[in-house]
Design a protein around this ligand. Structure first.
Ligand SMILES: CCCCCCCCCCCCCCCC(=O)SCCNC(=O)CCNC(=O)[C@H](O)C(C)(C)COP(=O)(O)OP(=O)(O)OC[C@H]1O[C@@H](n2cnc3c(N)ncnc32)[C@H](O)[C@@H]1OP(=O)(O)O
Length: 150
């Protein structure tokens, strides 16, 4: 696989907006590794000039899941753990390096690290499991919602 751009999530594709988390510059480097260049938008400021932890978790969830889908594995997040090691600045050039660490049946283990561009100091580290969908996943969801009358 040559370096190629990873598509945005369904919500951003449908609304034809740039990635709402700021993760548009997203390149697959191989079948198991990718990198994202991004900045935390000011709208996700949590402390003074510091990113809200929810942004960090959301962007990891987004890019790890998008990359797995990019490799052809339709999947959803089953677990996601984030270690917050240092404050993440808003509106500064950041980089995420991510990889598919292991595949066990339908379980896919992914990891990601967030750093300032040009720095080798980890600001946050994510690990999670993405489960490949069984056929009819969304139809079963719709049926459950219909049973609830929603
Ligand atoms: C124009 C439109 C274009 C669109 C273009 C799209 C572009 C592409 C963008 C993609 C962008 C995505 C980015 C966001 C990604 C999300 O945010 S996904 C949303 C959040 N996650 C969810 O909603 C998941 C909710 N949970 C579930 O639906 C179900 O629990 C799951 C995870 C599907 C599992 O249910 P299941 O299929 O019934 O699985 P089950 O048979 O019980 O277990 C299967 C295996 O997974 C393991 N497993 C299940 N749960 C867990 C767990 N929590 N922990 C560890 N292992 C587990 C089981 O142990 C089992 O392992 P094996 O025995 O096979 O070894």
């Amino acid at each position: 696989m040559t370096a190629d751009l990873v598509s945005p999530c369904r919500g951003c594709q449908m609304s034809r907006t740039p990635c709402r988390f700021g993760a548009d510059d997203f390149v697959a480097l191989s079948e198991t590794a990718a990198r994202v260049r991004l900045a935390c938008p000011a709208a996700f400021e949590g402390g003074p000039r510091v990113a809200h932890g929810g942004w960090t978790a959301a962007v990891f969830d987004d890019v790890l899941g998008r990359f797995l889908v990019h490799t052809g594995v339709k999947s959803v997040t089953a677990t996601l753990t984030v270690d917050y090691l240092l404050p993440v600045p808003v509106e500064q050039p950041l980089e995420i390096h991510l990889e598919i660490a292991a595949r066990e049946g339908r379980r896919n283990h992914l990891t990601g690290v967030l750093r300032l561009q040009g720095s080798d100091r980890d600001l946050a580290v994510a690990r999670g499991v993405w489960v490949e969908l069984r056929p009819g996943h969304f139809e079963r969801h719709q049926a459950r919602m219909a049973e609830l009358g929603t």
